[in-house]
Design a protein. Structure first.
Length: 301
């Protein structure tokens, strides 16, 4: 099988591991910088062109689209879909998960556990917004933030008002969420492939840090999930329409709550923490499911 990995750098750990795992299983793997692709958008013979050559002989595509390149990256994935190529995660599902507000709204519609969340445009309604999430302490998030950047813990009402006013003064869109104190700076990354959680790790924030991101000094270790946590992760990925996803969960007093659903989850942390061959499982899933015209991009929302 001929598989394209859409990634800006072949040297990235996740990209490298996927290429190695694919070649070990006898597949032909090529890493394509999606930002250097250009497209011929036509009714009868749509094409993706890379370095002057049309990419018209791939059986499957594995998108590894950077958060800041979502618009162009999903356009390239969508073009492959138009060509009838199997895409591990489809363009609409990637876009859906990247929009934090839309993601939470879709999860809420499916009845999936979430932290209490507020969203508003005007700074004149700050007090009501703070009350929705139960008051301070609370978490304020930039909608466009990634890897813990643009996430602030406001420990008092006054601090919350100041941060919200500052962000809105920059015309930034923000979410306000209840602070899950009982999580103790720990969250769980569940790696979902198809209808299974194939690996899970807990991420513990550095001392004094409420964000557990590994990029911010968090520590990772293997963890055993409860049946409810496993079910929540699978349902969350399915709600986004993602075949492969990293679902981030907090353990709260009212059960597992989903913080984020990631359409291009990194492999390095979870493979190191769990010793699982996650890259190999992804390749096996793609090889099993890649059939021509296997597009299901008809989900609403």
């Amino acid at each position: 099988m001929k598989i394209a990995i859409l990634s800006q750098k072949a040297s990235l750990y996740s990209t490298r591991r996927l290429k190695e795992a694919g070649e070990e299983r006898g597949h032909e793997i090529r890493v394509i910088d999606y930002l250097r692709c250009y497209m011929n958008i036509t009714s009868h013979r749509p094409q993706v062109i890379y370095q002057g050559d049309p990419l018209d002989d791939f059986d499957a595509v594995i998108p590894r689209i950077g958060a800041s390149k979502t618009f162009y990256g999903t356009a390239v994935v969508r073009q492959f879909e138009m060509m009838g190529v199997f895409c591990m995660n489809e363009s609409q599902a990637i876009s859906r998960s990247r929009d934090k507000l839309r993601c939470l709204q879709l999860l809420a519609r499916k009845g999936i556990g979430l932290p209490v969340t507020g969203f508003a445009h005007s700074t004149k309604d700050i007090e009501g917004l703070i009350e929705i999430v139960g008051g301070a302490p609370l978490v304020i998030k930039l909608l466009e933030g990634t890897q813990g950047i643009g996430v602030v813990l406001a420990e008092t009402k006054q601090a919350a008002q100041s941060v919200i006013e500052a962000f809105r003064g920059l015309d930034a869109n923000i979410l306000v969420q209840e602070f899950i104190k009982e999580a103790g700076g720990m969250d769980i990354r569940c790696f979902v492939i198809g209808d299974k959680v194939v690996a899970a790790m807990k991420r513990q924030g550095a001392p004094g840090e409420f964000r557990s991101n590994l990029h911010r000094g968090g520590m990772a270790a293997k963890i055993k999930l409860t049946p409810e946590e496993r079910s929540t992760a699978i349902r969350a990925a399915k709600a986004m329409g993602l075949r492969v996803a990293g679902v981030d969960i907090l353990r709260s007093n009212h059960g597992p709550v989903v913080m984020e659903v990631n359409s291009s989850p990194g492999l390095e942390g979870i493979e190191a923490a769990t010793q699982a061959d996650v890259a190999g499982k992804i390749i096996e899933f793609v090889a099993k499911n890649a059939t021509p015209q296997r597009s299901r991009n008809r989900l609403n929302g």
